[in-house]
Design a protein around this ligand. Structure first.
Ligand code: FAD
Length: 292
C-alpha cells in the first residue's frame, strides 16, 4: 500500500521507525524488535539506511520482512550522497524487485572525510537528484522526502531551505516527513510557511521520545532541535533516575502527539529507535484516540 493512500485517511494514525544493525550479529535482535513493533499494527514502518553504507545492506531485508512476514506497509529509506550512479541504480532495482513501492529519498549526511571534497564530480549532490532517478526508473514509486521545521543545519536561512524543499516536492516527492522537534509551535509555524510557498503534499511529523538523559545531547547534535524549558526541566528533574526519565519522556512524546492530532495532523511518525516497549507504551497511551 502506498503511504499517500494512508495519509488521505482522516483517522489519527501512528507509524514507527526502525534502524538496521551495524553488523550481522545484531540482525536477529533488530528482527525481533521489528516484529514486536509490527505486532502493534502501525499504519506503516520505515527502515533507515546508513549514509556511509555501514548498515545499508540490511535495510532492504528488514523492509521486506515488515511487508511480507508482518503485513505492515513499509517505507525503505535510501541515501545517495557520495554514491555512484551504478550503486544507486542497483539499489533501486533491488527495491523494485522486492515489491517495495514506498521509498524515502534522502541525500544523507556527508561523511566527515568528504566534507572538503570536490562535490561537482558527485553523481548525486542533493535528494532531488535521487528523486529524479527513482521517478525515471518507475513513475509508480511513492516517494517521501525529509523536511526541517527548524531548518536544515547546512542552510543559511529558512527561505532558501523552503525554496529547495519546493523544488524537491515538484520533482516528485509525494509526502514529507519532518526532522524531530520538541516544540509543536515550531511545526505549526513551519506548516504555515510551506503552505504559503505552495507545498501542498501531506506532512508526517516525526516525534522522538527521549527516554534517557544521554539521548538528549545526541538528539540536539543530530538535529539542532530547540529544547523548550518544559523539556529541559523534565530532564533536570528525572535525568538521573532511568525509570522516571523513561516514563517522563514517553509522557512528553505522547503529549506532543495528542496536540498534533488535535491540530489536524493525521499520521504521526515515532522514531522508536528499535525499542518495542517505548512504541507499545506510546500506543497504549493513545489507545482510545487510535481506536486500538
Ligand atoms: P537535501 O534535500 O538534499 O537537503 C540538504 C541541504 O541542501 C539542505 O540545506 C537544503 O536546503 C539544501 N539543498 C537542497 N537542494 C539543494 C539544491 N538544489 N541546491 C543547493 N542546496 C540544496 N540519513 C541517513 O543517512 N539515513 C536515513 O535513513 C535518514 N533518514 C532520515 C529521515 C528523516 C525524516 C530525516 C529528517 C532525516 C533523515 N536522515 C537520514 C538524515 C538526512 O540524510 C540528513 O539530514 C541530510 O543532511 C540531508 O538529507 P536531505 O534528504 O534532507 O537532503
Amino acid at each position: 500500500m502506498k503511504i499517500t493512500e494512508l495519509l488521505t485517511d482522516n483517522r489519527p494514525l501512528l507509524s514507527f521507525e526502525v534502524f538496521p544493525p551495524k553488523t550481522e550479529s545484531g540482525f536477529e535482535s533488530v528482527k525481533t524488535a521489528t516484529e514486536e513493533i509490527a505486532k502493534l499494527c502501525p499504519s506503516f514502518m520505515s527502515v533507515t539506511y546508513g549514509a556511509g553504507g555501514g548498515t545499508s545492506k540490511y535495510t532492504l531485508d528488514i523492509a521486506k520482512n515488515i511487508k511480507t512476514l508482518y503485513g505492515v506497509p513499509t517505507l525503505a529509506h535510501l541515501t545517495c550522497v557520495s554514491s555512484t550512479k551504478e550503486t544507486v541504480k542497483q539499489k533501486i532495482s533491488e527495491i523494485k524487485a522486492a515489491g517495495i513501492t514506498n521509498v524515502m529519498a534522502l541525500r544523507g549526511d556527508i561523511p566527515e572525510n568528504l566534507l572538503n571534497a570536490d562535490r561537482s564530480k558527485w553523481d548525486y549532490k542533493h535528494a532531488i537528484d535521487l528523486i529524479y532517478e527513482l521517478k525515471s526508473t518507475d513513475s509508480d514509486f511513492c516517494i517521501g522526502g525529509a523536511c526541517y521545521p527548524e531548518i536544515h543545519p547546512e542552510s543559511e536561512n529558512q527561505k532558501d531551505d523552503i525554496r529547495y524543499l519546493k523544488e524537491k516536492v515538484d520533482a516528485g516527492c509525494d509526502f514529507l516527513t519532518t526532522q524531530m522537534f520538541f516544540d509543536n509551535n515550531l511545526l505549526y509555524n513551519f506548516l504555515y510557511k510551506i503552505r504559503e510557498a505552495g507545498i501542498t503534499v501531506p506532512i508526517v511529523p516525526g516525534i522522538m521520545p527521549i527516554t534517557n538523559a544521554n539521548q538528549v545531547e545526541r538528539a540536539i547534535k543530530l538535529s539542532g532541535s530547540f529544547m523548550p524549558q518544559r523539556f529541559k526541566s523534565l530532564v533536570d528533574k528525572f535525568g538521573s533516575n532511568p525509570a522516571a526519565m523513561k516514563q517522563a519522556g514517553i509522557a512528553y512524546a505522547t503529549d506532543q502527539i495528542i496536540d498534533l492530532y488535535a491540530n489536524g495532523i493525521t499520521n504521526v511518525h515515532v522514531y522508536s529507535m528499535n525499542k518495542p516497549d517505548v512504541a507499545e507504551k506510546i500506543q497504549s497511551n493513545l489507545s482510545d484516540i487510535l481506536g486500538k
